[in-house]
Design a protein around this ligand. Sequence first.
Ligand code: PAF
Length: 290
Amino acid sequence: MSTIEVLSTIAELHDRLGQARDRAALTGGDTRIVLVPTMGALHAGHLALVRRARALADIVVVSIFVNPLQFGAGEDLDSYPRTLDADLAALAAENVSFVFAPSAREMYPGGASDTRVTTGPVGSLYEGAARPGHFDGMLTVVAKLLNIVTPDAAVFGQKDGQQAFLVQRMVADLNVRTVIEVVETVREPSGLALSSRNRYLDDAGHTAAQALFAGLSAAVEAAPAGPTAALAAANARIGSQSLVKLDYLVIVHPLTLLTVPGDYRGPARMLVAARVGATRLIDNVSLTLG
Ligand code: PAF
């Protein structure tokens, strides 16, 4: 277990990363920095991102910041789980050296950033339709974090598939030099995708939520018969759980994230979002439509 340094200001972070780079330069070495952006409340899914980062990096920086800009009115900004001590213990056990945990004031000294990153059209679909402004707020903070840390790579989870897609688009469109790595979703043995919001679920909700992955798995099996069969299989499985209120269930092309036509054959992703009680959950899988 390593000693973890928790830095709460951008100046401190620059100072410490500068020292690390200078040390490496003295010995003719390279310092590869990889960022794992998080909002804390870390679980095994985040730790999988950290492990991927460690495999790529000399220095891993994990940011912990509950970004107000990506929460809409009536969403769970105030109640979002904040578990800094437990997060730091988990990261120390993963030998992370730097945690950047700024205040909202440090990130948005003027109260909010005047300049925002705006998504293209894909940002207003699916999660973007359900949560207006969410992706602009997310991209704005990710752009700020990439500019603050200037990492060689940054690691995101496939569970938030539309987020990962939009971050990759932003980096390509704005010529950001950071490579975006996407790590496969970590699941409970039941198949439920790990999420910081799972802790909102009571026992009945937790059982009901398992229908999401069961539905996605049914779609993967039905996929050789085409998109209509895959959607029907997932709908039937998810619809059998009365506690699950489906928001969207779509099959999209992996390169555009736009829905595929009924006669489409080839690689695709199925995206799902649903409410289980007051908790909104999302998941996705890749499938091959035959
Ligand atoms: O996925 C998340 O936890 C957040 O959206 C992120 C990428 C850390 C930006 O706030």
